[in-house]
Design a protein around this ligand. Structure first.
Ligand code: GLV
Ligand code: MN
Ligand code: MN
Length: 412
């Protein structure tokens, strides 16, 4: 039976959810918004109340540190994110951050003396809302994104990452974010599944073996505008009609990729001038495309590319194609996978090995140190929506497994 102090963790999840740009039950906390800054302050205060030291790096990744008795040994780390896309729920990322804090507090209260340090990381901008790229903090930590690439990022209002991070009190060169080799002994992330499998099969703990390969691209389409009454259909270079065909092509390429795991989503469509009696001349599309099978994903992407260029030529629409990211999948460390499984089984929980279809900061931490993920069930698999829900009991089980892993790893 779990020993997690449910009331403390549950109360904190509610408190953090109240720091939102949209009213409950929705949660919206976009990178470096007023809410994100308040959430960071709130988390820092909770960590200090528990007796931990807190530091931040130049991109705003927060580190809650518990020093070990042998401080020269690489620490063991856990963590996730507290930023939330518009109209999201309370649990995505938060369970890993507050659950990680709870696991550290429980170990401390039980008198555990870690040999190597234990660190909780709150990663900057796991969500792509502000700059169009997810996992910004962990990408910089892994060196996957260079300081120059990050420095060139602009949000929809044209504000740069440097301007926003400096206003948020995150100073220093972005190059300093990159972790040195061997900086961590291990990284273990607790997260809600964001899919229905665990709940449907009534499994307590999902043990992630592989994280799907995500990619995203932006298309800027330029046609010719004109009067909706006066320009005949055959004369048109309607940028939105090209966009509509591209969206269907994305769906077809995902459905026919040969892999049942391919998913494609056209999540952003902006049409200009956006007047009912004016032919669309400019369209921005943003497309998210993923698979556990990298080759199948890349074949489907090539098909979308060929089809898009052909249909744009046919329609007389110009196209600019910007790759936002095209990442390989990540494999979790087999030794850590076994450890998570053993801890869950020892606690009497049912388990299943699985893949993560969503991406996480673990995708990039896996490039830096042995990494594993602990999944817990969530209601109907709902996520990125206000009715996202994981029960206190499900969260407590995840925290229990995480705590036992951190305990053992911190003594190795
Ligand atoms: C993370 O939020 C994802 O989109 O997978
Ligand atoms: Mn998310
Ligand atoms: Mn998440």
């Amino acid at each position: 039976m779990s020993t997690v102090s449910l009331s403390r963790l549950d109360r904190e999840i509610e408190e953090l959810a109240a720091i939102s740009a949209h009213p409950a039950p929705a949660v919206t906390r976009v990178l470096f918004s007023a809410e994100d800054l308040r959430a960071r302050e709130w988390l820092t205060a909770r960590a200090k109340d528990a007796g931990f030291r807190v530091r931040k790096d130049p991109v705003g990744n927060l580190f809650v540190c518990w020093e070990g008795s042998e401080p020269c040994l690489p620490a063991v780390a856990t963590g996730s994110h507290t930023d939330a896309i518009p109209n999201a729920g309370k649990y995505d990322g938060v369970v890993g951050v507050l659950g990680g804090l709870e696991a550290m507090r429980q170990l401390k209260e039980a008198g555990h003396v870690p040999k190597r340090g234990i660190e909780l990381i709150m990663f900057t901008s796991e969500e792509p809302t502000r700059f169009g790229i997810g996992c910004l903090g962990s990408r910089l930590m892994a060196g996957t994104t260079s300081p120059e690439e990050a420095g060139a990022l602009r949000d929809a209002e044209g504000r740069s990452l440097d301007e926003l991070r400096e206003a948020a009190g995150c100073r220093g060169n972005l190059g300093a974010v990159k972790l040195s080799t061997g900086a961590y002994r291990a990284f273990v992330e607790l997260h809600i599944e964001q899919g229905p499998m665990l709940e449907e099969k009534q499994i307590d703990i999902g043990i992630v073996e592989k994280i799907a390969a995500p990619s995203a691209f932006r298309l800027l389409l330029k046609g010719a505008g004109g009067h909706a009454g006066a320009v005949l259909m055959r004369e048109r270079q309607d940028a939105f009609m090209a966009a509509a065909e591209i969206a269907l092509l994305v769906e077809k390429a995902a459905l026919e990729s040969g892999s049942s795991d391919t998913v494609g989503t056209v999540g952003v469509v902006e049409v200009r001038p956006g007047a009912i009696n004016s032919i669309p001349c400019d369209v921005k599309l943003e497309v998210d495309f993923r698979d556990t099978d990298r080759e199948a994903r890349d074949r489907a992407l090539a098909r979308i590319g060929d089809g898009t260029h052909a249909l744009c030529r046919r329609r007389g629409v110009k196209i600019e194609w910007q790759v936002l990211n095209q990442d390989p999948p990540a494999l979790c460390d087999p030794g850590l996978v076994k450890m998570v499984e053993a801890k869950a089984v020892a606690a009497g929980f049912s388990t299943s090995r699985m893949v993560s279809r969503a991406y996480h900061d673990s995708l990039f931490m896996a490039r830096v140190c042995p990494t594993a993920m602990i999944f817990i069930p969530c209601f109907k698999g709902y996520s990125h929506r206000p009715d996202e829900y994981s029960s206190p009991e499900a969260i407590a089980k995840g925290v229990e497994v995480l705590k036992e892993c951190l305990k053992e790893l911190s003594l190795q």
